[in-house]
Ligand binder design. Structure first.
Ligand code: ADE
Length: 238
C-alpha cells in the first residue's frame, strides 16, 4: 500500500466559506466526522453570508449581466469586501472559487490541500460571478465533476469534507484514511460486518480465519481485482 501521502504535522486548519445561501452548508458541515473534527479543534470552519457584505437596503449580491446574456451575475463588491476583510486578518494559502470550469478535484489534490493552514472557498450562484473576481481575487478554481450544480455550496461541502477527514485526529483510526478508495489509486476492498451468514448470504470464509497476514493479502488482491473490473483507468499510471 502506498503510504507516501504527506500528513499534516501540527496546527489546526481554518476554512472560510463564502456563500449567498449559507443554509445549504449547514448540515454537511455540522454532523459526523466534520463536526467531531471541529469539536476537537482540528479544523475551524467559518461560513460567511455574502449578504452581510452587500450594500443598499435590498442587500443585493447579484445583478444583470452586461451584454444581456440570460441569468444573474454575482457582483464584485460584496465578494471584494469579505475577501479583503479576511486577507487583512491572516495569510491564505489559496482563495478558491468552486466552478465547473475549474481543475478537477481528486484525492491527490485533497491530500495537498490538507497540508494548508488557511483557505477561503467562494461558492458561486446564479449564472456565475463577475469575471473580475476571478481575475483579481481568486487563486484557484476547483470543479468536483463535469456537470453543473445550481451553486458551489454542495461542491464546497464535498471538498471540505474530503479535506477534513484527512487531518490527523479527524478519524478515530488514522490508518482508515490511508485505506480509503483512491488513496493508493485503488478502490477499497469489500467490507462486511456481523452476522457472518444473513439468510444464506455468507461473509467470505477467509475473513473469519483469524490469520491477519492472510486476510491482508486477500484484501489487497480484492482491491486490485475490483479496480481492474470497475475503474481500470486508475491502474493506467501504475
Ligand atoms: N458549481 C456548479 N457546478 C460545479 C461543479 N461541478 N464543481 C464545482 N462547483 C460548481
Amino acid at each position: 500500500m502506498d503510504t507516501k501521502r504527506q500528513i499534516r504535522k501540527k496546527g489546526s486548519m481554518r476554512i472560510d466559506i463564502i456563500s449567498c445561501v449559507p443554509q445549504l452548508l449547514e448540515s454537511p458541515l455540522n454532523y459526523s466526522i466534520v463536526k467531531r473534527a471541529k469539536d476537537k479543534g482540528i479544523v475551524s470552519i467559518f461560513i460567511h453570508d455574502l449578504r452581510d457584505y452587500a450594500s443598499g437596503k435590498h442587500k443585493k449580491t447579484d445583478d444583470y449581466s452586461y451584454g444581456g446574456n440570460a441569468g444573474m451575475v454575482m457582483m464584485v463588491e460584496p465578494v471584494y469586501k469579505i475577501i479583503k476583510k479576511l486577507t487583512r486578518q491572516r495569510k491564505y494559502d489559496e482563495i478558491i472559487y468552486m466552478s465547473p470550469d475549474g481543475e478537477l478535484f481528486d484525492q491527490p489534490m485533497a491530500n495537498k490541500m490538507s497540508l494548508m493552514r488557511n483557505i477561503i472557498i467562494l461558492c458561486g450562484h446564479y449564472k456565475g460571478i463577475d469575471q473580475r473576481i476571478r481575475d483579481h481575487l481568486i487563486t484557484k478554481e476547483i470543479s468536483i465533476g463535469n456537470y453543473v450544480l445550481s451553486g458551489g455550496e454542495i461542491a464546497a461541502a464535498a471538498v471540505t469534507d474530503t479535506i477534513v477527514r484527512l487531518l490527523p485526529g479527524a478519524l478515530s483510526d488514522e490508518t482508515s484514511a490511508l485505506s480509503d478508495s483512491f488513496q493508493n489509486s485503488l478502490l477499497s476492498p469489500p467490507i462486511y460486518t456481523r452476522p457472518a451468514d444473513f439468510k444464506g448470504w455468507k461473509v467470505p470464509e477467509i475473513l473469519l480465519c483469524g490469520d491477519h497476514d492472510k486476510i491482508a493479502q486477500w484484501l489487497d488482491a480484492q482491491a486490485i481485482d475490483r479496480t481492474k473490473r470497475l475503474r481500470p483507468e486508475l491502474l493506467d499510471d501504475k
